[in-house]
Design a protein around this ligand. Structure first.
Ligand SMILES: [Zn+2]
Length: 55
C-alpha cells in the first residue's frame, strides 16, 4: 500500500494507530457516537444517522 497520494489523512493515522492496537475515530455529527468504520468516519455520520438524514 502506497500512502504517498492518500486523499484521506485519517486513513494514514488509522493505519499507524492500528499498529499500536488502537483506532482513530470521529464523532457522529448527529448523535455523537464514536465512529471507527472508514465510511462512517469520513462522513462523520453513523450508518443509522446517514439513513435518517440522507443528503
Ligand atoms: Zn449518529
Amino acid at each position: 500500500m502506497h500512502d504517498t497520494c492518500k486523499p484521506d489523512p485519517i486513513a494514514a493515522l488509522d493505519a499507524e494507530a492500528r499498529r499500536h492496537g488502537a483506532r482513530i475515530a470521529t464523532r457522529c455529527t448527529r448523535c455523537g457516537a464514536w465512529l471507527v468504520d472508514p465510511k462512517s468516519r469520513a462522513a462523520h455520520r453513523g450508518p443509522k444517522c446517514r439513513k435518517a438524514v440522507s443528503a
